[in-house]
Design a protein. Structure first.
Length: 160
């Protein structure tokens, strides 16, 4: 397991650019809200810890992970953001719906990164169980939202 011996919330702030002058968008799926809100909290706290101003963090909510692509595209085209973090949680069920939503969401976010100059960070948990999602959204493996925020800072300042 990739996260077995890794805490997703660990980072060294001294090695990161200060996020004070950056503006971030965070698009959050309302589906599996217990998980996505915890991921949002991790991302928001890490951005602020790294210098981002609370007023420079824009949050939008969308119904589910499938809608993250549209929400992120709309944010890129209507807000002046340096990076967008797309937060979602899809948990395996009894049907193939899981496969379709995960694949479409990943492809959609990849497409935005190809089409636009504003990076979109993939912070969508695709877990087999609710417990796995809890473990990665502030549980025993830390918080993937924190990791996504650090990635957003790094990629927003790439080449600067």
């Amino acid at each position: 397991m990739a996260t077995a011996n890794k805490n997703l919330s660990e980072y060294d702030k001294t090695t990161l650019p200060n996020a004070k002058d950056l503006r971030f968008g965070i698009v959050v799926s309302e589906w599996n809200a217990e998980i996505t809100e915890a991921l949002y909290d991790g991302a928001f706290e890490a951005l602020v810890d790294c210098g981002a101003l609370k007023s420079n963090i824009v949050r939008w909510s969308v119904p589910g992970s499938f809608e993250l692509t549209y929400g992120a595209k709309k944010m890129i085209t209507t807000q002046k953001v340096d990076a967008v973090i797309a937060i979602g949680s899809v948990i395996q069920g009894e049907t193939k719906h899981f496969d379709f939503v995960c694949s479409a969401t990943a492809q959609g976010i990849k497409d935005l990164n190809v089409l636009y100059d504003t990076p979109v960070i993939f912070c969508v948990l695709t877990d087999n169980t609710l417990q796995q999602a809890i473990d990665r959204s502030g549980g025993i493996h830390g918080n993937k939202g924190t990791e996504a925020a650090i990635a957003a800072i790094k990629i927003a300042t790439l080449g600067q």
